[in-house]
Ligand binder design. Structure first.
Ligand SMILES: Nc1ncnc2c1ncn2[C@@H]1O[C@H](COP(=O)(O)OP(=O)(O)O)[C@@H](O)[C@H]1O
Ligand SMILES: [Mg+2]
Length: 311
């Protein structure tokens, strides 16, 4: 697929490779995001989430492949205010009042959103007169978000926006982000919390070792990585047949054994026993996210998925 064949996606990443010295951060990354979507970029530490976001914000360039936002080069769109971002770490300029800081950043953009509107939207109007060094963690993140929104972007890109926040801070930030996405802004956020992706995204892109290993609705992806697994000894039964059982998302055969990744392990187990009474040595385990990441990368990938193989 080439960029021209798709009607101006909000994000277009095609065959991107990115290394830091001998460390491969992105290894053949492909991703298209369409206007209006709210997408979680989910993956364990080191998966390449921040590297991807840096590329989308024009902070670095790919070694190979193509990165476009809103059909153009990222840096241009960021400068024009059409893409807003919030990096994983970063501080506010110290000893300014919140409104002064937001106004100052607004003045850098050609078509800024009215400052009062942005303060209202991000629930920072009540702290507009406060010094930037006197804010809680949650307030700081909301002000950082205000800075990402003041250029009036069509696309908002956030790197682990809630990572350092307590429960209340998270809840407040998500309330703001929901308002932003329901007003039509395309939102891409990186997270390593499956629950956060599940709750707040309409699409989850699972990243491991610098490439996409699953992509779908939260339900689809959770079915692959977050459900339970049933392992059983069951020689001679066709994988496709097992994949058709209610509650089974994927089937892998390992010699005489089969491993069923389940969205509904209770239903799957009952059906398995009813239809295949010879099944034995049955184990049911919770698929842990980190484990599943490793498994998905190793399984789907072969040499191309091994970052070391591409140096
Ligand atoms: N500036 C850098 N120098 C060297 N290695 C880096 C740098 N930034 C990231 N990496 C490496 O690239 C890989 C992907 O990192 P990153 O994109 O930060 O992942 P994530 O955000 O998913 O945790 C990791 O192996 C990381 O150690
Ligand atoms: Mg990161």
């Amino acid at each position: 697929m080439r960029a021209e064949e798709v009607k101006c996606p909000a994000v277009w990443i095609g065959g991107v490779e990115k290394s830091y010295g001998r460390v491969t951060a992105l290894s053949g990354l492909d991703l298209a995001i369409f206007p209006g979507e709210t997408v979680a970029l989910l993956g364990p530490n080191g998966a390449g989430k921040s590297t991807t976001i840096d590329l989308l914000l024009g902070l670095s360039r790919p070694d190979a492949g193509e990165v476009r936002v809103l059909g153009e080069a990222p840096a241009e769109m960021v400068a024009a205010g059409r893409v807003g971002g919030m990096l994983q770490t970063g501080q506010l300029i110290r000893h300014l009042r919140v409104r002064e800081l937001v106004s100052m950043v607004a003045s850098l953009y050609p078509r800024p959103r009215p400052v009062d509107e942005v303060l209202e939207l991000t629930a920072t109007a009540s702290i507009a007169g406060r010094d930037t060094t006197k804010l809680s963690g949650g307030q700081t993140q909301r002000v950082r978000l205000a800075l990402g929104l003041v250029g009036d972007p069509d696309l908002l890109v956030l790197d682990e926006p809630t990572a350092a926040l307590d429960v209340e801070g998270r809840r407040e930030l998500w309330a703001v982000l929901r308002a932003v996405s329901s007003s039509g802004t395309t939102v891409l956020f990186a997270t390593h919390y499956l629950e956060e992706a599940d709750e707040h995204a309409d699409r989850v892109v699972l990243l491991a070792a610098g490439r996409v290993v699953a992509d779908g609705t939260p339900n689809e992806v959770r079915g692959v990585v977050g459900g339970r697994r049933i392992r059983a000894n069951l020689p001679g039964v066709d994988s496709d047949e097992l994949a058709g059982l209610a509650g089974v998302a994927a089937v892998e055969r390992r010699g005489d054994a089969v491993v069923l990744s389940c969205t509904g392990s209770d239903a799957a187990l009952r059906l398995l026993l009813a239809r295949y009474p010879t099944a034995c040595d049955i184990e049911v385990t919770a698929a842990r996210l980190e484990e599943a990441f490793v498994e998905l990368t190793g399984a789907g990938a072969g040499a191309a998925g091994d970052p070391g193989a591409r140096r």
